[in-house]
Design a protein around this ligand. Structure first.
Ligand code: PEP
Ligand code: MG
Length: 540
């Protein structure tokens, strides 16, 4: 008889999965022992690896602090302290210089020595250091052996971790992820949005200990719970739910080719939100009318160098061609806050969500912006393309963007490189942009309302902070009025207005959006047909 454990949390992304739990931890590889002649060179190799591990821990500390707060980042500071510890270094040094051992074995041996010592002590604080010691030693060994420490998922699993950043997630083979369990983060954090795009169920607010690693579990992303130690009855119940979900998905296919029109004739277009060329398949299978939002930064989160113009161009051309004539909106890089890449060094900020991010980063660093603009305009030779700017707050910013676009295009002309016609649009996701949407509407061809950030900035509530989720209220009247104001101002200037935040896929407000006159809803590919069915059933 299994001991069934139910952990209640919150829904992050709906759906069900049954699978083996993989508790997120780094590789632990035991290197072989070798005899070394040139011990000085070997010691230098260790010192170089130690230096590099310290740099990477410093930047992980900064990134995590910005994305998930100081308490979550503390672990990296603790690991850095171990790398600076005299006893630890001396033991490794003696292994290399006195005993002629290879650096990776020296690290592994020192790690085992201190780990066993910590484990025997009857002090919980010291015991908790044992895991840090192991992790940091594995990091050093990975550097010395030129193997990476990225989590490798080789079989279908349910991934459980305290917090997974979008950067970490993007480095995993996500086709192997059946479900995700995270303690931190909210349904509006980008890692969860990424999971939703791929239809992966997510439960939030549940912390799982390492002892559960490898155990069979259910992720109930709809009910917001994780069940471990499945008995026959639970397994049967969830297999039935998964089966019903699949049958419902196949029933939804009858909406392919149909327009989203209410019974009384009110209509709205349905677009897809994507992050990478591989997402187009699902967007097309679900019959999107266009891609209303490409979060271009998702393509480059795992990079340690800035993408070149050619890389931008090839990625966008691939998307445009795969869309077979349906329009694509490329949002310019929305980096910063919880979306950090090592190629762009952003100094630690007190308030990263209000900091150097998105369009501010692009406007102040043309090496980031110009190659992307050129890539987008060049991809327009292959289909209908639009460019869209995130986090706009002023008319001046849009004028400034136009100047930089002109500079990029004149450079393409000078080099004889072909580019196409590109429609221009603004994301309305700050209260400032909503309030001056009458002026902004005169400057572009369309608006798209980002309700995730519009809610965050209107209500002054961090969208990432799981402890504030009861206050994060996208249906708040203040947010709704801003949406209505933006739609009216857009229409007065003769431009279309879409909604592309998570609220666009929320059926409880779909009719309200239609009545406000919203022209299109841009949602995760897996949501398109469900939303269409819902809209087609509205009215009498
Ligand atoms: C938004 O803010 O609503 C939005 C669509 O952009 P992102 O979620 O990528 O910040
Ligand atoms: Mg946003």
């Amino acid at each position: 008889m299994n001991n069934v454990i139910i952990k209640n949390g919150r829904s992050g992304s709906k759906g069900y999965a049954i699978g083996k739990l993989c508790i997120y931890k780094r590789n632990s590889y035991r290197p072989p022992r070798k005899k070394i002649q040139d011990t000085q060179a070997e010691y230098l190799r260790f010192e170089t690896a130690r230096e590099s591990a310290l740099n990477s821990l410093d930047s992980m500390y900064d990134r995590t602090r910005m994305a998930a707060g100081s308490s979550n980042a503390e672990i990296f500071a603790a690991q850095a302290m171990i790398l600076r510890d005299e006893d630890y270094i001396t033991r490794i040094k003696d292994n290399i210089l006195k005993d002629n051992k290879n650096a990776e074995w020296a690290v592994s041996s020192a790690s085992r020595f201190f780990y066993e010592m910590f484990e025997t002590l009857d002090d919980e604080v010291v015991k908790s250091k044992a895991q840090d010691l192991k992790d940091v030693s594995n990091k050093l060994i990975a550097l010395l052996t030129d193997t990476d420490t990225v989590l490798h998922v080789n079989e279908p699993v349910i991934l459980a971790a305290d917090y997974i950043s979008p950067t970490e997630l993007i480095q995993i083979d996500m086709s192997k992820l059946k479900g995700i369990v995270m303690n931190e983060g909210s349904a509006y954090s980008h890692a969860v949005i990424l999971a939703k795009t791929l239809g992966i169920p997510v439960v939030l607010g549940v912390a799982l200990k390492k002892v559960y690693d490898g155990q069979e579990a259910v992720v109930d992303g709809t009910g917001g719970k994780v069940i471990i130690g499945l008995d026959h009855e639970i397994k049967h119940r969830y297999l039935t739910l998964i089966d019903e979900e699949l049958r419902d998905k196949s029933k939804l296919r009858e909406y392919i080719g149909k327009k989203a029109v209410t019974r009384d004739g009110r209509s709205i277009e349905i677009f897809a939100n994507i992050g990478r060329p591989s997402d187009v398949k699902s967007a097309m299978e679900n019959d999107c009318e266009a891609v209303g939002l490409t979060r271009t930064e998702f393509m480059f989160l795992d990079r340690d160098k800035l993408p070149t113009e050619e890389e931008h161009f090839k990625a966008y051309r691939e998307i445009v061609q795969a869309m077979e004539g349906r329009p694509v909106v490329f949002r310019t890089l929305d980096l910063g806050a919880d979306k950090q890449i090592s190629a762009v060094k952003i100094k630690a900020e007190e308030n990263p969500a209000l900091g150097r991010r998105a369009i501010r980063l692009c406007l102040t660093d043309k090496d980031i912006f110009i190659p992307q603009i050129k890539g987008i305009f060049r991809a327009a030779c292959y289909g209908e393309v639009a460019i869209m700017y995130p986090m706009i707050t002023s008319v001046r910013e849009v004028e400034w963007i136009n100047e930089i676009i002109e500079e990029a295009l004149s450079s393409l002309r000078k080099d004889g490189v072909a580019y196409g016609k590109v429609r221009r649009g603004i994301m309305i996701e700050t209260p400032a942009a909503a309030l001056i949407s009458d002026e902004l509407a005169e400057m572009v061809d369309f608006f798209s309302i980002g309700t995730n950030d519009l809610t965050q900035y209107t209500l002054a509530i961090d969208r990432q902070n799981s402890s504030l989720s009861q206050f994060y209220e996208p249906y708040h009247d203040a947010v709704m009025r801003m949406i209505k104001m933006t739609v009216d101002n857009g229409h007065k200037a003769g431009i279309k207005v879409a909604v592309c935040g998570e609220l666009a896929g929320d059926t409880t407000v779909a009719e309200r959006f239609i009545d406000m006159g919203v022209d299109a809803l841009s949602v995760n590919p897996g949501k398109i047909l469900e939303l269409k069915r819902f809209i087609c059933e509205i009215g009498t």
